[in-house]
Design a protein around this ligand. Structure first.
Ligand SMILES: Nc1ncnc2c1ncn2[C@@H]1O[C@H](COP(=O)(O)OP(=O)(O)O)[C@@H](O)[C@H]1O
Ligand SMILES: [Mg+2]
Length: 438
């Protein structure tokens, strides 16, 4: 094939992107990894190989589209396809088309209403909202026998679409009719891009010199961090662990955040050195108090020292004269009041997450979350600084605040007492007598 389709320098992830057969294929991570290159070549080759195929390539704004895609495609497809600047369409002799589009405003996606595209490519997918992505998915259909419609995504961590890309491709937390096998993620690393490393090795230095959160997003392709993130100290490698059996003598607590929109409860155990392990969570929308109390009790009522809840649950309801706390107690789940001091609570949580030297040159954390607590692990790194009060956490998007709120109540409530437990031998036992409050 001609020079513009020289695939000899393809990296392993680019190859994986080309070969994936999933319905949704995301090539994401570091900048400069060769994502846009792979997207462009893949779509061009599909058009050349499938007569009559209809492809949509999207970017958020028109200038980005022109600069990053239309111009290189004009070079790639010289003598292969004709470009019509009015409708931004490349037409191939075999009847295939690549339409280059953009969605500057939220409503711009509706321009594609009623259209049918066999393949859709979303460049910088994290610049699109989840609603835009969902709408575009409805346009991704095919009438060609034997051809499977598919969507390709390229992106870096960060921006408005960070949460949905992370949910679908990193956390793999599926809802409704989403199927795990439909989603494939290929991590991009700048080091994989040999042509770039050879021509422009100082590019890595530029990325390495960015401020910490941008560096982690753009150089390391780390999805647990993005600009505006509150808990920048969160690391999957430090704060998430495989589940294990909690020793019977460790103290266990539960804490809950209750609202009709969402009940979030978490369970946490403390070892004899004062390390915390979140070992269970329960998150359920639209739950009345009687059901909430029953579910929490059956999920793990035994051996719990107490169940913490924020002070506002002791506010009296004008109509019934009862407090939510009384109603929980009447359902067999007495609650223990904690403050709802947001900033203090979040800062204490930051302290719990702070990486510490592990004594062997590595790092460890005082707080670990069992990998089964997918909701908390998803929500915690997504929380953002409040725009007006940066030491507080933003209350939007609201649905990611419930599980972290419950965790905050837990650390506010857990008594900072000295505990004297059976020493587990040697000097380790000394830790038992130290105060270890958050
Ligand atoms: N397999 C490849 N062969 C030749 N050049 C490549 C290849 N992959 C990437 N490049 C070049 O490397 C540079 C960065 O790639 P790009 O796709 O823009 O990265 P990203 O979109 O991940 O930031 C571009 O100039 C691109 O043309
Ligand atoms: Mg790119």
């Amino acid at each position: 094939m001609s020079a513009q389709f020289d695939l000899s320098e393809m990296s392993a992830p680019q190859r994986a992107f080309f070969l994936s057969r999933a319905r949704h294929i995301c090539y994401g991570g570091a900048r400069g990894g060769g994502k846009s290159w792979a997207m462009r070549k893949k779509l061009e080759l599909l058009a050349i190989n499938y007569p009559g195929i209809n492809i949509l390539l999207l970017r958020r704004t028109l200038p980005e589209l022109r600069e990053n895609h239309v111009m290189p495609m004009l070079r790639d497809l010289h003598g292969i396809a004709k470009y019509n600047a009015t409708d931004k369409t490349f037409s191939f002799q075999n009847g295939a088309r690549i339409v280059a589009g953009y969605c500057a405003s939220e409503a711009d996606v509706f321009r594609y209403q009623g259209q049918e595209y066999d393949v859709i490519g979303m460049e910088e997918a994290t610049h699109f909202t989840e609603e835009q992505m969902q709408f575009l998915t409805t346009c991704n259909r095919t009438a060609k026998p034997g051809f499977r419609p598919r969507m390709y995504y390229t992106c870096n961590p960060g921006n408005v679409g960070h949460a949905w890309v992370k949910r679908l491709f990193i956390d793999r937390a599926y809802r409704g009719r989403e199927q795990a096998e439909d989603y494939a993620f290929i991590p991009a690393r700048v080091w994989d891009n040999r042509p770039l490393m050879e021509r422009n090795p100082e590019y890595v230095d530029t990325l390495a010199n960015l401020p910490e959160d941008l560096r982690r997003a753009y150089l390391d392709g780390d999805w647990d961090v993005f600009a505006g993130q509150y808990f920048t100290e969160f690391r999957r490698s430090l704060h998430v662990c495989d589940p294990f059996e909690i020793p019977a003598h460790w103290t266990r607590y539960c804490a809950l955040d209750y609202g009709l929109d969402m009940l979030a409860a978490i369970w946490c155990a403390f070892d004899t050195s004062g390390n915390a392990y979140v070992y269970q969570e329960l998150c359920k929308p639209d739950t009345v108090i009687s059901d909430a109390a029953r579910m929490i009790r059956s999920a793990g009522g035994d051996g719990i020292a107490c169940t913490y809840a924020p002070a506002d649950m002791w506010g009296r309801n004008r109509a019934t004269g009862k407090t939510q706390a009384e109603m929980f107690a009447a359902e067999g789940l007495p609650l223990t009041m904690v403050r709802n001091a947001r900033v203090d609570g979040w800062l204490a949580l930051k302290e719990w997450l702070r990486p510490l030297p592990d004594g062997t040159g590595g790092q460890r954390a005082k707080l670990c979350i069992f990998s089964t607590c997918t909701r908390l692990i998803h929500d915690l790194p997504l929380l953002q600084h409040d725009a007006h009060n940066p030491t507080d956490v933003a209350t939007e998007p609201h649905d990611i605040t419930h599980a972290p709120d419950a965790l905050r109540y837990l650390f506010d409530g857990r008594p900072r007492h000295r505990i004297a437990l059976p020493a587990e031998g040697g000097l380790d036992g000394i830790g038992n007598f130290l105060e270890y409050g958050g």
